[in-house]
Design a protein around this ligand. Structure first.
Ligand code: AMP
Ligand code: MG
Length: 342
């Protein structure tokens, strides 16, 4: 299959979005830009098309998908009840990078929820994602548009690198603003629980729902046999081919450590301006302390490390890194929980 990569401009975007909407309604899957990461979208009402997403990504069959909507009318047809908590979150954070888990209706096929009675829903703010859903007139099920296990895709080129020949079309809407996946919050239990950290933080959610908490599993390693509340949390994720180790400590100690242990084809991931102090090849993943900037760059840098054929990569972490931050959450998974204190 030939994969069309369409760079959107003011002139062509209406037509390209119409073409993509047509493909969705024909049961095809397409690569689409959103503000978080690129998504691999299918018509959420078309079980066969949704199944194709799992095939193309090599995604485990028990990791449910997020359904993307363009307006609250769509929400009405896919969830049993828009609870007062859900309405309050939607008012404050939608459209935007927040996913809400609610009880689903029959219209959502089991293949999306992997048999769960619930569905994860998000209203993206990205103009292309939003226009495409509106044009298709159906909710769009979409996971990140990467091969399962690899770092997520934050540019159309990343999607092309992973999925060329497997999908008919990718819409290129430029690099993603946020750079990490949405915050996922479940409203189906006794109290609101954040299942996956994102750029919208627990503190921001608590301004709307003061009793919200963050799931233990989102910040700590699952014990053997422990059950994840969100199926996606149990998988190794976001990993480049290179072996990733997080190194927590001062710049000075980091530099000493990598100099001692790094092989000749190892890389370091540091903060802006630190390259001079580190004696192995180094690539910055953002300004120190600027979690938004780090989130935006993170997946691109993890992918770059593989392009450089690094065997291993050492990632600098500040001693006071917040384990509940989106960036730490993605890094700890890409490192399969390998953290060294220096
Ligand atoms: P991704 O598609 O890669 O952004 O991953 C979607 C995330 O949402 C995964 O971590 C899933 O486990 C989570 N998710 C999707 N649907 C549900 C659901 N019904 N209940 C709990 N978590 C969900
Ligand atoms: Mg993903």
């Amino acid at each position: 299959m030939e994969t069309q990569l369409i760079k959107l401009t003011e002139e062509n975007s209406e037509e390209a979005i119409a073409q993509a909407a047509k493909l969705l309604l024909e049961g095809k899957i397409v690569g689409i830009p959103t503000e978080t990461v690129y998504g691999l979208g299918a018509n959420a009402y078309d079980a066969a098309a949704v199944r194709e997403i799992f095939n193309v990504k090599g995604r485990p069959q028990d990791n449910p998908l997020i359904v993307h909507i363009s307006d609250l009318m769509m929400l009405n047809s896919i969830v049993k009840e828009i609870t007062p908590e859900a309405a309050a979150l939607a008012r404050r954070f939608w459209p935007g990078p927040l996913t809400i888990v609610l009880h689903k209706t029959e219209r959502i096929p089991d293949v999306i929820s992997c048999g769960l009675p619930t569905v994860a829903v998000r209203m993206p703010v990205h103009p292309v994602a939003s226009a495409l859903i509106r044009k298709a007139g159906v909710p769009v099920a979409a996971p990140s548009a990467n091969l399962s296990g690899l770092p997520s895709t934050t540019t159309a080129q990343h999607v092309y690198d992973d999925l060329k020949g497997k999908i008919p079309m990718i819409l290129d809407g430029g690099p993603c603003d946020v750079g990490v996946e949405s915050t996922v919050i479940s409203l189906t239990g006794e109290r609101p629980v954040i299942l996956r950290p994102g750029i919208i933080t627990l503190e921001q959610i608590r301004e709307v729902l003061p009793d919200a908490v963050i799931s233990e599993a989102a910040t700590h390693e699952l014990a053997p046999g422990e059950k994840a509340e969100s199926p996606g949390m149990k998988y190794k994720h976001y990993s480049p081919k290179a072996d990733v180790t997080l190194v927590r400590g001062s710049l000075e100690h980091f530099a000493q450590y990598v100099k001692q242990v790094a092989a000749c084809d190892a890389y370091a991931m540091c903060f802006d301006g630190e390259e001079e102090s580190i004696e192995i090849p180094c690539i910055s993943y953002g300004a120190k302390g600027d979690l938004n900037a780090q989130a935006r760059r993170l997946f691109s840098v993890l992918r770059a490390v593989d392009r450089f054929n690094a065997s291993s990569v050492f990632v600098r972490l500040e001693p006071d890194t917040d384990p509940a931050s989106a960036v730490y959450n993605r890094l700890i998974r890409s490192a399969a929980n390998k953290v060294v204190e220096v």
